[in-house]
Design a protein. Structure first.
Length: 150
């Protein structure tokens, strides 16, 4: 397969992974948090805030910051990150080794991967993914060419 087609395929896959990371790894607002935000915004612009409104805001705040709710959010967040990285890392290593790109091509592909993740707002993940792909390409190329005796 020509190198340009490989780069196009890498671009599509990187865009899919970066888009999924922006959707999958973002914190999901709970219904309570959305209700709290809406009530807070309403009360912020209101001249006369009643004690009942303040009490309702306080109850919602306590629900959001309860130990049970925080534990649940942390568990879900860690689980989502583990699932994402269990899919991403093997894909990068396998793709880097199978791509058989030239030095310039592997550098372009790494930049494409990094850029796709930058656009989705996951700069650190993009830097790690681009570097991992580059090193996988480079190590596959080194394994394919036998070392010459010195």
């Amino acid at each position: 397969m020509k190198q340009i087609y490989k780069l196009i395929l890498i671009t599509i896959i990187a865009a899919l992974f970066s888009y999924s990371s922006s959707l999958f790894l973002q914190e999901a607002s709970s219904a309570t948090m959305r209700e709290y935000d809406a009530l807070y915004q309403t009360l912020k612009h209101k001249q006369n805030v009643t004690a009942a409104d303040k009490e309702k805001l306080e109850v919602l705040f306590r629900q959001i910051n309860s130990a049970k709710n925080i534990k649940s959010v942390l568990t879900q967040d860690i689980t989502r990150h583990i699932i994402f990285f269990v899919l991403l890392i093997p894909t990068l290593i396998f793709g880097g080794r199978r791509a058989k790109l030239s030095k310039d091509g592997s550098l372009y592909a790494s930049g494409i991967i990094f850029f796709a993740f930058i656009l989705s707002g996951a700069v650190i993940i993009g830097a790690i993914a681009g570097s991992l792909f580059f090193f996988a390409c480079h190590s596959a190329r080194q394994l394919a060419t036998p070392n010459s005796p010195d």
